[in-house]
Design a protein around this ligand. Structure first.
Ligand code: AMP
Length: 283
C-alpha cells in the first residue's frame, strides 16, 4: 500500500485510473470501516482510503484534540484489506491556505437532527468531502448508513453539483450486542459500554410501536418519540433526539406518510456520560 500525504503526489499516482473507488474516514479503523473497504472493492479498482481528522466539522467544545489517532494500527488493517493507496494528508497538505470557500448544505437537511445539535457540522463535512473527492476523483465513493443524515447530504451534494461520482451506501456493522461500531465507543467506561446497546434497543422499541400504530391508533408518532426519549433519560442517558422521519428527505413522518407506506427511519443521538452516540433504524 502506498501512503501519500501530498495532493500532487496522489494525483500523479492515480493518473490514468478512471475506475478508482474511495472510502474517506477519520481513522481509528474498526470492522465498520473495513466493511466499506470491501464494498468499495466490489465497485471499483484500485481502492483508495483516506484518513483525515477534519477540524472543520468539529465544534469548539467537541473532541477534535482527543479524537483517537491510531495511524500504525490503521495502516496494518488497510494493508490486509488490499487497499492500494492510503491518502493521509496533514492539515497543511489539505488546507494549505485557510479553507475560506465552504459548502453549505440546505437548511432543511443540514440544520436538522445532527445539524441542530452540532451547528456547522455538515458544512465542515461537505467541504472536506468535496475537497477529498476533488483530490482522488474516484468513480465511486462509499459512505456508511451509520451516519444516515451525512450519507443523504453527501448524495444530494453530489447530485446538485453533478459530481462525476456514484455514492454507495454501506450497511451499519454492529457488535454482537447490537451497539453500532464507532471510533467513539472507545471513550465508554465498562459500565457505559454495558449500557450502550440500549440505544439500539430503544430504536427497536420505537419501530415496534410505529408498526403497531399502522394497525391501530394507540399513540401518535410524537408521543412515541417522547416516550422513547423519556425511557432513555430514565436510564441515565442525555438524549438529544429520537426522531421518526421519512427516508426520502428526513422530513418528520406523519400519519399520512405512515398510511401511505412511506419508508421511514428512526434516528437518534444521545449522550452516555461524556460520550455522544448516534444510531438509526430503518422501518
Ligand atoms: P468516520 O471515520 O467515523 O468518519 O467514518 C468513516 C466512514 O465509515 C463513514 O462513511 C461512516 O458512516 C462509516 N462508518 C462508521 N461506523 C460504521 C459502522 N459501524 N458500520 C458501517 N460504516 C460505518
Amino acid at each position: 500500500m502506498k501512503i501519500i500525504s501530498d495532493i500532487q503526489e496522489l494525483r500523479d499516482h492515480l493518473r490514468g485510473q478512471n475506475r478508482a473507488s474511495f472510502v474517506p474516514t477519520m481513522g481509528n479503523l474498526h470492522e465498520g470501516h473495513l466493511s466499506l473497504m470491501r464494498l468499495a472493492r466490489q465497485h471499483g479498482d484500485p481502492v483508495v482510503a483516506s484518513i483525515f481528522v477534519n477540524r472543520l466539522q468539529f465544534g469548539p467544545n467537541e473532541d477534535f484534540d482527543s479524537y483517537p489517532r491510531t495511524m500504525q494500527a490503521d495502516i496494518d488493517k488497510l494493508e490486509k484489506e488490499g487497499v492500494y493507496i492510503l491518502f493521509a494528508p496533514t492539515e497543511r497538505d489539505l488546507y494549505p491556505q485557510p479553507q475560506e470557500y465552504r459548502v453549505d448544505p440546505p437548511q432543511q437537511l443540514g440544520d436538522i437532527l445532527e445539524g441542530e445539535f452540532r451547528p456547522g457540522f455538515f458544512k465542515g463535512v461537505c467541504t472536506v468531502v468535496l475537497k477529498l473527492l476533488s483530490c482522488v476523483q474516484p468513480k465511486v465513493a462509499v459512505f456508511g448508513k451509520k451516519d444516515y443524515q451525512q450519507l443523504m447530504i453527501i448524495r444530494q451534494m453530489a447530485k446538485q453539483f453533478a459530481l462525476p461520482v456514484d455514492i454507495i451506501p454501506g450497511e451499519t456493522i454492529r457488535a454482537e450486542d447490537g451497539l453500532a461500531l464507532s471510533s467513539r465507543n472507545g471513550y465508554l467506561s465498562s459500565t457505559e459500554r454495558a449500557e450502550a446497546p440500549e440505544l439500539q434497543k430503544a430504536l427497536r422499541e420505537v419501530r415496534a410501536r410505529v408498526l403497531e400504530l399502522s394497525e391501530r391508533n394507540v399513540h401518535s408518532l410524537s408521543e412515541i418519540e417522547k416516550m422513547a426519549v423519556n425511557a432513555l433519560a430514565g436510564r441515565g442517558w442525555q438524549p438529544d433526539y429520537i426522531a421518526i422521519r421519512q427516508q426520502i428527505d428526513l422530513a418528520p413522518a406523519s400519519n399520512e406518510s405512515l398510511q401511505a407506506g412511506e419508508p421511514l427511519v428512526i434516528l437518534t443521538a444521545a449522550k452516555l456520560g461524556k460520550t455522544r452516540l448516534i444510531d438509526n433504524l430503518e422501518i
